[in-house]
Ligand binder design. Structure first.
Ligand code: ZN
Length: 270
């Protein structure tokens, strides 16, 4: 499922291959992908326009067009953006295709159709309507803001980090990786977290996301010291002699080490 790093790669694809080019036409191949806009409205809004700016907020991607509105993309379970030059390269599950006068094409593909293509008056309108929290990579989202938002929640560490109204863009896989790096149990109640943990959590969040973006950009594997390639019950922990366990938190499969992820517990890691 695309999380923030995958959507950031889509933002870069859009920026590299589509900005500054004039749109010749827009083809909607499956109208089920559209949200609150018809195929003809989408075509009319974009044809003859240029895309001027690509902006990401959490898992949402926005492109400002020269008609002074925004294209809004959400990637659901299997969404992706693909740029190509030859029509024959069109992805199998392309749902919307933008053709540019330059001969380039940009396809929004989505095999399972849980993503959405829409128009928006502004990113701020979407953020406000969906009550999205700050983007974790926004420079203005500092340690103090992070600490205030997370410590003000009830529930467990993992459910707080997953809540899009707390922080926009963190999802199941990367939250497990972040929590793993801080040696904390994913089900630790927020009120049990020591205040010194917040600095570690904040750093782990930023580092995990930035590293993941770099790895995706290079099409590289996750390094061996990550939890991500070991999401399997009974796997060996890459950091200690412990064992990786699978539990369900908030309905989501959650993996953690049964030995070193004990920070905040009596007798646990320090
Ligand atoms: Zn371990």
């Amino acid at each position: 499922m695309p999380e923030l790093p995958e959507v950031e790669i889509c933002r870069r694809t859009l920026e590299r291959h589509a900005l500054g080019q004039t749109i010749e036409q827009v083809s909607v191949l499956d109208e089920r992908i559209l949200e609150a806009v018809s195929a003809s409205q989408l075509r009319n809004a974009l044809a003859g326009r240029q895309l001027r700016l690509a902006r990401r907020h959490g898992k949402h991607l926005f492109a400002l067009h020269s008609g002074d509105g925004w294209l809004h993309l959400h990637f659901g379970m299997t969404g992706d953006l693909v740029a190509y030059d030859e029509a024959a390269q069109q992805p199998r599950f392309a749902r919307v295709v933008i053709d540019f006068y330059s001969g380039r094409h940009l396809a929004y593909e989505d095999a399972r159709l849980f993503g959405r293509v829409a128009l928006a008056s502004s990113p701020e309108a979407v953020i406000s309507e969906r009550k999205l929290g700050p983007d974790p990579l926004d420079p203005a989202f500092d340690l103090a803001a992070f600490t205030t938002r997370v410590s003000g929640r009830r529930g467990t560490l993992k459910t707080a980090l997953m809540a899009q109204e707390v922080i926009a863009g963190l999802g199941n896989l990367y939250v497990d990786e972040i929590v793993f790096r801080t040696s904390t149990h994913p089900n630790e109640p927020i009120e049990n977290l020591p205040s010194r943990l917040y600095r570690r959590l904040y750093a782990a969040m930023k580092n995990t996301l930035l590293e993941a973006i770099d790895l995706l950009e290079q099409d590289a594997e996750y390094p061996g010291h990550y939890l991500l390639p070991r999401r399997e019950e009974g796997a060996r922990c890459p950091r200690c002699p412990g064992t990786i366990r699978k539990i369900t938190v908030g309905g989501r499969s959650t993996y953690f080490c049964d030995r070193h992820q004990t920070l905040g517990r009596p007798g646990g890691a320090r």
